[in-house]
Design a protein around this ligand. Sequence first.
Ligand code: GLV
Ligand code: MN
Ligand code: MN
Length: 417
Amino acid sequence: MSSETAIPRINGERLWHSLQQLGEIGADASSGGVTRLSLSDAELEARQFIVCLMKEAGLDVRQDEAGNLIGRLEGELPGAVVTGSHIDSVIQAGRFDGPLGVLSGIEALRTVKEQGIRHARPLEVICFTDEEGVRFGAGYFGSRAMAGSWDEAWLELTDFSGITLKEAMERANLKPHKASQAARSGEEIKAYVELHIEQGRVLEDREIPVGIATAIYGHRWLEVRLQGRADHAGTTPMKLRRDPMAAAAEAMLAAERIALQAGGVATAGTLQISPGAINVIPGEVIFTLDVRHERLDSLAEMARAIESAVNQVADERRLEAAIRIIDGADPVQSAESVMAAIAAGCGELNIPEHRMICGAGHDAVVMSGITDMGLILIRSKDGISHHPQEWSSLDDCEAGANVLLHTLIRLANDIIV
Ligand code: GLV
Ligand code: MN
Ligand code: MN
């Protein structure tokens, strides 16, 4: 047997098949993408698919108090090596963001079991509850519960149709007030390594299939409410208007300028206009800003500068402004030990080692609060994500899942690089 064939490998076709099957759940005919918001009917159906797949893989399966689905292979030592990601999506999403991490984790553990690969430590794959935060305006619920930072106040958050998180959890047969009991410690979880599509252009530009994240951007989500006075669009002279919509446009441009100057990013992703009629000057506008930076001080400064720009625009236009931070997480660093294990996995598979910063948010951000964290990134076609055209090739997904497999084996056997 050649040394090439002796290296354990996952089944790429099987991984790809499960990715396509999962992508059919919540498939959105109008956009050609997937809409599978957290705890929606589609996401609950997708959870059933994940449970079946975990069982098929021979894992012990349980759901914790926060709704996280956990598949486990028992080991001799305490302190599990854990991988995971999410299956909830944004609106009109692609098929890879989240699912690739969960399915690669299941495939990796299935390979370990099938091939009888030694793992002294337990191995786990976790499908976390609500990573995206789109439905309730805050996210990372499952990983935050697991990392011990669950906040009971989140239960009162509402979605677009007024359903609270508490109601959505109850509908999913969860017990919302028990969610904090999902908390686990660093002793229980020795290391966490997530696999995710890059969602950017770095790997494609360098023609490399896999990257190793050294750090992940932090974010602040701001809600801005501007109150003016609704009035007649035809008869109200321009100078007498108190128009919150024109102010929102100015504030969004200010956020864009501030992000450019700070080397961060800022996005106005939602906008509600009231009353919202073609011939009525709006009376109230509410919009959200997603602000991100790799450095905590710069992130905080960006949020402050945006707040002051909004207040200035509101003053100039005689409006009432109210700004709230509705969610956020600080930037985090990957652990050298996990990065080294990923790099060694890349080496074994003849994949170039490339370290890079990650701009997207992941459950890995939260898990880094309780354990050593690492993040494997896979090349994205044209860098497109949060869009139906999001794509990574079968070869790249397979390469990433193989790197994940080797990383898990190394960490589970305490192989120090
Ligand atoms: C998650 O996809 C995020 O970065 O918003
Ligand atoms: Mn996403
Ligand atoms: Mn994701």
